[in-house]
Design a protein around this ligand. Structure first.
Ligand SMILES: NC(=O)c1ccc[n+]([C@@H]2O[C@H](COP(=O)([O-])OP(=O)(O)OC[C@H]3O[C@@H](n4cnc5c(N)ncnc54)[C@H](O)[C@@H]3O)[C@@H](O)[C@H]2O)c1
Length: 232
């Protein structure tokens, strides 16, 4: 019987707020003053791929200039207690830059691009620096787009995430308003977890089952408290 603890961290934009990256909710549904329809949908790409590419180039620049915060580092420290898998809605790579090895990006990774042709999920291409060029093409000749899951698109690793959550012994939900579906629905798969935390300054306002331990705090403070309680 494998006795290693399976710890799953399910994170959202609030995880990176202390790194200076704006969350979605805290900017009134605008993303850096752009309406989602303008920049984060397949229709926006069809309409104006240059605008969409430039939008994510600026996001990528901000993310490259940012650094992981104490919450990201706290998630790495959790490896002291068992196997840690990070399932994140974030498109930034701050979990990896903090040192987390197992990170599943539900909504893609802004540091990569993919084909805008029919075989989009076949390959992801690392982007050198912050700028994805408008003329960059995949081997089949289709324009490269940011490796981001846009609103209205499927979440390719949904099943994989659901299976991992099903095996979780401990679930720690951090910095997500749980309003973006289908990702938000994934936490229900953690039915075998004996301990579930939600960390958010507005945790009391968020809709989670009653068996969650609610920590109304920032990501960094909340993860520090969880680590303290696990060391007892
Ligand atoms: N960093 C990123 O990659 C990024 C940033 C913005 C939006 N997004 C995308 O937009 C969608 C937004 O959904 P979401 O639920 O992740 O974000 P959201 O903006 O809907 O919710 C963020 C949550 O974080 C909380 N929060 C704010 N500051 C915090 C802190 N210091 N510590 C802990 N929690 C804090 C807020 O109270 C809120 O509940 C995601 O799907 C994501 O792909 C990503």
């Amino acid at each position: 019987m494998n006795s290693t603890l399976n710890i799953v961290v399910f994170s959202g934009a609030g995880m990176s707020a202390e790194s200076g990256i704006e969350t979605f909710r805290d900017s009134n549904g605008l993303w850096e003053n752009y309406a989602i329809e303008e920049v984060a949908t397949p229709q926006a790409w069809q309409r104006d791929p240059d605008l969409v590419t430039e939008f994510y180039n600026q996001r990528r620049k901000t993310i490259i200039e940012a650094t992981p915060n104490q919450a990201h580092e706290g998630v790495v420290q959790l490896e002291e207690f068992g196997d840690v898998l990070v399932i994140t809605q974030n498109i930034d790579d701050l979990h990896e830059r903090a040192g987390s090895k197992n990170v599943l990006h539900l909504h893609g990774n802004i540091r990569q691009s993919k084909s805008s042709g029919p075989n989009q999920e076949k390959a992801y291409y690392p982007i050198d620096g912050w700028k994805l060029d408008n003329n960059s093409r995949c081997p089949e000749g289709y324009r490269l787009r940011p490796h981001v899951v846009w609103f209205g698109e499927d979440v390719p690793c949904y099943e994989k995430a659901a299976l991992k959550l099903h095996d979780a012994d401990i679930l720690i939900v951090i910095g997500t308003s749980l309003q973006v579906y289908p990702a938000a629905g994934l936490i229900q798969y953690a039915s075998n977890a004996h301990t579930k935390y939600i960390i958010d300054p507005k945790a009391d306002e968020l809709h989670v089952p009653s068996d969650f331990i609610k920590l109304n705090s920032t990501a960094s403070q909340g993860i520090a408290n969880v680590i303290k309680s696990m060391r007892k």
